[in-house]
Design a protein. Structure first.
Ligand code: PLP
Ligand code: PLP
Lengths: 355, 355
């Protein structure tokens, strides 16, 4: 279905003010936004408009009950300057999975992708061309009905905003395996990109940072034994030449980078096994010398190489180098910038003329 | 925390009150808001003095953190007016304390007690006429704090906003309340945020509650995330179970909200000579009591619903009906607590606060 998405443009773009070699982290936003309203059981009036403040009733349910979900993805350009999206249908699907769990309406998948394309086409001058840089896109949906009773809202907004992001420098990171706080329990909302999951993680993450770690490694809620994921990344381990990653159990996020990395690793000839992994097993592999490397995967950073994991009084040394992680990262970035052939058909090109 | 403020705060009044548009004899819950609100912002590391302003829309940038990461907490209490036109609150200091307990877990800066207490009292004086006097009605008071800073990082916000909104409200439930004992979904887990009135806890319940409503129940009774064996609480009420003559309620924990109504009911029941047992209680114990006739009552206790008798519950596709007693504890306890709240009875516990 072709959607009619009217575009109202800013009079003057702010893009000239941006120093592409020095992009502040997650603080700069482009000129426009995509917005659509849900009322009376349907999505109405999808449009691209100048980025503006949103009048919000103080009783808007998102402010009280956190009925909000989001997605995160990136637009890149190839060597000819053609903007591209990475597997946007996957984000559209995951948004609706989150919507189901949070009692929110589905957003039509084709409109999600089309809205993204339209916005990116309008904002293409904002896409940083450097490898590893991208235009970060943030689709989100929240309850704006003014009501302070306990039930799912009946009116929502769906918005996409965009923020140019520079290359992340690839410092090796230290994780703190958390045995007190948890991110998500079985039967909870961990598989959804639900706003409240992230709020709950802030304090434990700050505490881990105060101890000198970069991120929390989340363990399962029941036994604090099984590895779930890291901050906003899924995790992979290479032990004895084979890759393992925690099996999806309803509490971890189904990362799109994760599923892509599984495909890439297999394509490169590695065996990848999805199964429950205990922190003890990782500790033992490290001691035996069979733990070869480990990395996190996520849209924001791509691949993050893990140096060590703090677990109780123990420091689990992972590795000082991550050759496979580096190789996978290069392949991913190459595909995203059109330098490596996209044999998986992941990239969705945006017609420049769309705008 | 500092205790400096008094009632002399900045007050900007509405030009014309909306009160004549309100039918106080037909109030629903949480849909109509009084003329004014209290607002206070946290910037540059400190809470600014609160102000009273006309109830109005906020204007929020789409990158405001609340929409993305759900970093928000709230409270709920009620204001009552007696036949002399005197205004009362019920244990507001407990709500203030709990707000700051929630704040800590959610990495939100603690609010000075005086801002909460004096702000609330000043607001109630300004909107005194909005406090209903009809039986079962009251002014529902909703203090809340949300992350109003901007940015795409699930890290502490640099700005927060504290608001108190008030809503003249009728009874929360009408008619008989039936509940479904949950066996699949979970509300919270140890190490999580269940004991905090964190926004995301509530959105997480909407979908499981919707499923229960579709099956013909009003509410879910949550069980522990790990085994689904132990009765925890309902969506916005703590749960009391009467077996023979003893009243049983779960101890509070990481997972269960420390309800003000709950602890007040425990004290009132004890003063009435009712045996109260604060202990863990399993679903199987409740089913067994239902089967052998020793299960006499189940009721919920919470600010919104006060004391809310449950007429039946479902578990594993089977429905159980509670007996209809002549003089249930629920009625007696409800009358005792509302008489104290509305200044119709002596307040032996010193809970009532005159504004
Ligand atoms: C909790 C969590 N885990 C993992 C990921 C990685 O998912 P993706 O690869 O789709 O970005 C994210 C999202 O960024 C996340 O929020
Ligand atoms: C989860 C939950 N349990 C119990 C209660 C009851 O607490 P209170 O009696 O303080 O209103 C509430 C609050 O309304 C709640 O949100």
């Amino acid at each position: 279905m072709k959607h009619n998405i009217p575009i109202k443009r800013v009079e003057k773009s702010k893009v000239e003010e941006l120093d592409f070699n020095n992009i502040p982290l997650g603080r700069t936003f482009t000129d426009h936004m995509f917005i659509c309203d849900y009322e009376n059981g349907q999505w109405n009036n999808p449009r691209v408009e100048p980025l503006h403040l949103i009048p919000t009733h103080p009783a808007a349910m998102a402010l009280h009950y956190g009925q909000a979900i989001f997605e995160g993805m990136k637009a890149t350009v190839d060597s000819e300057g053609i903007p591209m999206l990475f597997r946007p249908q996957k984000n559209a699907k995951r948004l609706n999975l989150s919507a189901d769990r949070m009692g929110m309406p589905h957003f039509p998948e084709d409109l999600f992708v089309e809205g993204l394309k339209q916005l990116v086409a309008v904002e293409q001058s904002w896409i940083p061309p450097q490898e590893g840089s991208a235009l970060y896109l943030r689709p989100f949906m929240y309850a704006d009905e003014p009501f302070i009773g306990m039930r799912a809202a009946t009116s929502f907004k769906f918005i996409i905003i965009a923020s140019p992001s520079g290359p992340f420098f690839t410092k090796r990171i230290k994780l703190y395996a958390e045995t007190k706080y948890i991110r998500a329990a079985e039967g909870g909302t961990g598989e959804a990109k639900a706003a409240g999951n992230y709020a709950a993680a802030i304090r434990p993450t700050e505490l881990a940072k105060a101890k000198g770690y970069d991120q929390v490694l989340w363990l399962d809620a029941a036994e604090h034994k099984y590895i779930q994921e890291v901050g906003t990344m899924n995790i992979f381990f290479k032990i004895d030449g084979k890759f393992i990653t925690p099996k999806r159990d309803g509490a971890i996020l189904d990362g799109i980078t994760r599923m892509s990395v599984i495909d890439l690793l297999r394509d490169k000839g590695y065996e990848v096994i999805e199964r429950p992994i205990t922190i003890d097993e990782i500790s033992e592999a490290s001691k035996k010398g069979t733990l070869e490397e480990s990395f996190g995967t996520g849209t924001a950073v791509g691949i993050a190489y893990i140096q060590e994991i703090g677990f109780g009084d123990e420091t689990i040394h992972v590795s000082d180098e991550s050759p496979v992680g580096l190789d996978v990262n290069e392949t991913l970035n190459g595909i995203k910038t059109g330098k490596i052939k996209d044999t998986f058909n992941w990239m969705v090109k945006i017609e420049k003329e769309l705008a | 925390m500092s205790d400096q403020l008094n009632y002399n705060m900045e007050v900007i009044k509405v030009e014309k009150s909306r009160i004549n548009d309100v039918d106080f004899n037909n109030l629903s819950f949480g849909k109509i808001f009084s003329d004014h609100m209290l607002i206070c912002t946290y910037k540059n590391g400190a809470w600014n003095a609160p102000k009273i302003v006309p109830y109005q829309s906020l204007t929020l940038d789409p990158s405001t953190k609340i929409f993305h990461y759900g970093q928000a907490i709230f409270e709920g209490l009620k204001a009552y007016k007696d036949s002399n036109n005197d205004v009362f609150l019920f244990r507001p200091d407990e709500n203030c304390k709990r707000l700051n307990i929630s704040a800590k877990r959610m990495a939100i800066p603690e609010l000075p007690e005086a801002y909460f207490m004096d702000g609330l009292k000043a607001l109630l004086q300004v909107d005194k006429d909005w406090i209903p006097t009809q039986d079962g009605s009251s002014l529902y008071v909703r203090p809340f704090i949300f992350a109003s800073g901007r940015g795409f990082h699930a890290s502490p916000s640099d700005e927060y906003t504290f608001i108190i909104a008030t809503a003249p409200s009728g009874p929360y439930f009408s008619g008989k309340v039936t509940v479904l004992i949950e066996e699949h979904y979970s509300r919270s887990a140890n190490g999580g945020v269940g004991y905090a009135k964190a926004a995301g806890n509530y959105a997480g319940q909407f979908y499981p509650t919707q499923l229960a409503v579709e099956k013909g129940y009003n509410q879910v009774i949550w069980t522990d995330d790990n085994t689904h064996e132990y009765i925890e609480e309902a969506g916005a009420m703590n749960i009391f179970i009467r077996i023979n003559d003893t009243l049983i309620t779960s101890p509070t924990s990481d997972r269960i909200l420390d309800g003000v109504t709950r602890k007040s009911i425990i004290d009132i029941a004890k003063s009435e000579g009712i045996p109260v047992d604060v202990r863990k209680i399993t679903v199987s114990e409740v089913i067994e009591a239902a089967n052998n006739g020793t299960l006499k009552e189940i009721f919920g206790a919470g600010t919104a619903a006060v004391v809310s008798p449950i007429s039946g519950f479902g578990f594993k596709n089977k429905d159980y009906i509670l007996p209809e007693l002549e003089n249930p504890y629920a009625n007696k306890l409800k009358k005792r607590i509302t008489d104290i709240q509305t200044n119709k009875a002596e307040d032996a516990f010193g809970w009532r606060v005159k504004v």
